[in-house]
Every structure is written in structure tokens, then in C-alpha cells.
Design a protein around this ligand. Structure first.
Ligand SMILES: Nc1nc2c(ncn2[C@@H]2O[C@H](COP(=O)(O)OP(=O)(O)OP(=O)(O)O)[C@@H](O)[C@H]2O)c(=O)[nH]1
Ligand SMILES: [Mg+2]
Length: 438
């Protein structure tokens, strides 16, 4: 099985997928403020379908006070959807939730068309977008984990396993074979991912030895993280040499982690990390699979949480991001919340920026300088800038300092090497005796 084999059609092929999107509005549960409104959720589902390459021809919502274990929506409603889908000439039905194997099969038996749930849809987009080896493996692992409990449910329309035929005889044997195959493949992928992760660890140790601070961009998909990265890296002299990160008005434009160099106003270098965007009901297997890539966030010195301030669900998007960060165990990190796209808000006066909140536009270059100042303030808050005079016989200390820090200025003078450098607390105490009094 390959991660390239997508559940929807590949966008490069000419098979047209006409999608009907289906949602359930659960009327029995008390709505929490963190629940995304069903209309917004359906809009997002349509965007996801488009991002996967489908043409959305219709959408339908059922208000219902419970989930039907056999058919998700009421079976009468499923019959209705069949007629509606025929009238629209839809050939794929996309459900706004994750469905069980039994639900998938029962619905497919009634409608006789390809059935896709929200998880499968997101996995499909990821499978199409993944570029790096690690990204591809991570998506494939998530797909395998999704398929395993659904082998019996994958019906004829989409199954590559023939699982819809029955549960006796050769069918069962084949399922067992498929199951073993999936388990083996998953074990191999995990092993490969561990290797890749080990290599990243080595790179990370190297970076932390050089004490270059890391700033991670996180946020809901389409918030403008990559645009902001491209804006901030222009401060670096190597900017022309580095490739810009891909920006697009579509969900999940970025999948692979990208690191780029940038420069603070005080000329200190830092690294920016662009990460995969989040979305509500992001499949758990996917978060799990992407944990090693998202580890970069774990090791960041500062997080920039980018929010699309023009989106009507920006509060919920923000909460979704925070809960994924919590899942990753990085919710305690220093964070600046970046309310992006303010150029679209049509305001006379922008809200006041604070130490950990900024209103800006990455695309229209509004307040980029202010954000840079905030980043600088944050990254340098635990550093002590000192003027040191190292005697010539302690040249070893100079090498040690250069290995770990960016030395702002140095000069060989009569009685030693004079330098200006910003040290952390431990080294400040260590080198205290060499501090040159002004
Ligand atoms: N008007 C306006 N549009 C912006 C701004 N920043 C980004 N955009 C647009 O928003 C869309 C998404 O931008 P990206 O930078 O790709 O967003 P992202 O957060 O990296 O998205 P994913 O990689 O999908 O998670 C693009 O069409 C950008 O041009 C801004 O400040 N103002
Ligand atoms: Mg991006």
C-alpha cells in the first residue's frame, strides 16, 4: 500500500469527483463555546473537499438528537441523500465526522456511491501534499491506523481489499492477510520514522550547541504562517539565497516542517520553523503521526501563534490550536499571539498591541517591525549583555564562547581580547570575573 494512493482521485488525473457534503447537527448535546457552529463546520468541510480536488455540488444537514450507530444519520435520511445525490449527479458523499467501519459499509450499501468521512478526507489531502520522506511516512502510518479497524467496513466502491464481499471463506482469509500486511507495514514505518527522528535529534543538538534561538510558527490552517515566515526572513542577509515557503489560499498548504534563518533588530540570528496547520476535528492518528515533526515546536524558545483575525470562527480556531498544543505538551511555552490579516478588517484604529499580543498584516507589511521587536524582547530577556576582557592565555575561553554564542564585537587589545556578548545566567556567573568595568 502506498501513501500516494489516495482515497479521492489524485488532482492530476481527470476523474471528476462531484461531492455532496453531509453534516449532522446534534440537537441533544449542550453546545460548548468551543464547538464550531454547524454552518461554519460545513463551510470548512467544503473547503477541505476542494483542497482534496473535489468539486462540491451540494450540501445537506440533518438536525437529529442522536447518532445512529448503524447509519450515522437516520436510515430514512440516507435514502433521501441517495435521491438527492442522484439528482445532483454526485459520485462521492462526504460526511462531516469520522464514521465507523459498519456505518461506512451500511451507508454505502444504501447509496451505492463512494462514501468518505472527514478523517479520510483530511488524510487524503495530507497524502497528496506530503513531500518529504518523513511527511509521506507519517501520513501513510495515519492512513494504516485508520484503515485497520475498518477493513470489514470498506465497501466495494472504495475498497482495495475486497472487504465488502463477506465475512466467510476466502474473504475472511484475505482480510486476515490484509490485516497482517498492514501491521507489518506499520511496524516498518515506525522503525523508519524513529531513524529519521534520531537524525533530527542530532541536528537539534548541533543547533542548541550553537545557541541559535528557535521561534516556531503555529496556528490554524490558512492563518498566514508561511506568509509571515517569508516576511520575517527578509531580515536575513542570506534571504536571497533561501527559497520562499509555499503560500496558498487553501487548507493545508504546508505539511513539511521548514527552518529558515532570520535576524533580530539587534542583528542576532534566530531560526524560524513553519509547521503544519491545524483544523477542528484533526484526526488523532494524524496528530500522533506528526508528533515527531511537531517536536520542533517542543524545542522552540518562543511560539508565534498565528490567528486569522478576519475569520468568523477565529475564537474557535484559536482554541483548537491551543488544545493541539496542549496535546503536544507545549502549552506552557512563551507565546506571542499574532492576529494576522488586519488589512482586511477595515479599521480606522488598530487595537493596542501588548507584550504577548500583536495585530498585524504579514502580507501588507503592517507592524512587522513591531513583531520583530517583541520577538527580540522575548528571546533576549534571559540574556545579559557584557563587555569581557579575556587575557591572552585564556584564548580557550574565547573559543568556547564563540562556539556557543554569536559574539557581537571583539578586538585584540594590549592586555587581551575584548568582546561584547550576551550570555545566559550560567555563563554570566562563570565569566563574571572577566567582566570589564566601564
Ligand atoms: N489579506 C491578507 N491575506 C493574507 C495575510 N497573510 C496571509 N494571507 C493570505 O492567506 C492565505 C494563506 O496563507 P498561508 O501563509 O499559506 O497560510 P498558512 O497558515 O501557512 O496555511 P497552511 O500552510 O495551510 O497551514 C494566502 O492566500 C495568503 O496570501 C495578510 O496579512 N492579509
Ligand atoms: Mg503554510
Amino acid at each position: 500500500m502506498s501513501s500516494k494512493k489516495t482515497i479521492l482521485n489524485d488532482t492530476n488525473t481527470n476523474i471528476e469527483e462531484k461531492a455532496l457534503c453531509v453534516g449532522l447537527n446534534l440537537t441533544s448535546t449542550i453546545k460548548k463555546s468551543s464547538d464550531i457552529d454547524i454552518e461554519d463546520s460545513m463551510e470548512e468541510l467544503k473547503e477541505l473537499a476542494k483542497a482534496a480536488g473535489a468539486d462540491v455540488v451540494g450540501s445537506i444537514i440533518q438536525n437529529k438528537n442522536n447518532i445512529d450507530t448503524a447509519t450515522y444519520l437516520g436510515s430514512g435520511k440516507i435514502e433521501e441523500i441517495k435521491v438527492y445525490a442522484d439528482s445532483l449527479d454526485a459520485n462521492i458523499i462526504i460526511f462531516n465526522d469520522e464514521l465507523s467501519g459498519a456505518q461506512l459499509r451500511n451507508i454505502e450499501d444504501i447509496i451505492g456511491k463512494k462514501i468518505v468521512d472527514r478523517t479520510m478526507l483530511i488524510l487524503d489531502i495530507f497524502a497528496q501534499r506530503a513531500k518529504s520522506k518523513e511527511g509521506k511516512l507519517q501520513v501513510e502510518l495515519a492512513q494504516l491506523k485508520y484503515r485497520l479497524p475498518r477493513l470489514y467496513g470498506m465497501g466495494e466502491q472504495m475498497s482495495r481489499t475486497g472487504a465488502g464481499i463477506g465475512t466467510r471463506g476466502p474473504g475472511e482469509q484475505k482480510l486476515e492477510k490484509d490485516k497482517r500486511h498492514i501491521l507489518n507495514r506499520a511496524a516498518n514505518i515506525r522503525k523508519e520514522l524513529r531513524e529519521i527522528s534520531k537524525n533530527r535529534e542530532v541536528q537539534r543538538t548541533q543547533r542548541s550547541k550553537n545557541s541559535v534561538p528557535i521561534v516556531a510558527l503555529v496556528g490554524y490552517t490558512n492563518a498566514g504562517k508561511s506568509t509571515l515566515l517569508n516576511e520575517l526572513i527578509q531580515s536575513h542577509p542570506d534571504y536571497e539565497l533561501e527559497k520562499n515557503v509555499f503560500v496558498k489560499d487553501m487548507l493545508f498548504a504546508t505539511l513539511d516542517v521548514t527552518l529558515r534563518k532570520a535576524l533580530l533588530p539587534n542583528k542576532r540570528e534566530f531560526l524560524l520553523v513553519d509547521t503544519v496547520g491545524f483544523v477542528s476535528k484533526l484526526p488523532h492518528d494524524l496528530i500522533d503521526a506528526f508528533k515527531s515533526t511537531l517536536e520542533e515546536v517542543k524545542y522552540a524558545d518562543l511560539i508565534l501563534h498565528v490567528v486569522d483575525s478576519t475569520n468568523s470562527s477565529s475564537d474557535i480556531q484559536q482554541e483548537t490550536t491551543l488544545s493541539v498544543l496542549k496535546d503536544l505538551g507545549v502549552d506552557e511555552k512563551d507565546t506571542i499571539t499574532v492576529y494576522n490579516k488586519i488589512d482586511k478588517l477595515d479599521l480606522d484604529i488598530y487595537p493596542k498591541n501588548q507584550d504577548d499580543i500583536i495585530y498585524m498584516s504579514a502580507k501588507k507589511h503592517i507592524n512587522t517591525d513591531k513583531l520583530m521587536k517583541l520577538i527580540e524582547k522575548n528571546l533576549c530577556k534571559n540574556l545579559y549583555t557584557v563587555n569581557l576582557l579575556l587575557p591572552f592565555q585564556r584564548g580557550d575561553l574565547f573559543s568556547k564562547i564563540k562556539e556557543k554564542y554569536v559574539v557581537d564585537k571583539y578586538e585584540y587589545i594590549e592586555n587581551g581580547i575584548e568582546l561584547v556578548v550576551s550570555l545566559d545566567q550560567v555563563d554570566y556567573n562563570l565569566y563574571r570575573e572577566f567582566i570589564k568595568l566601564q
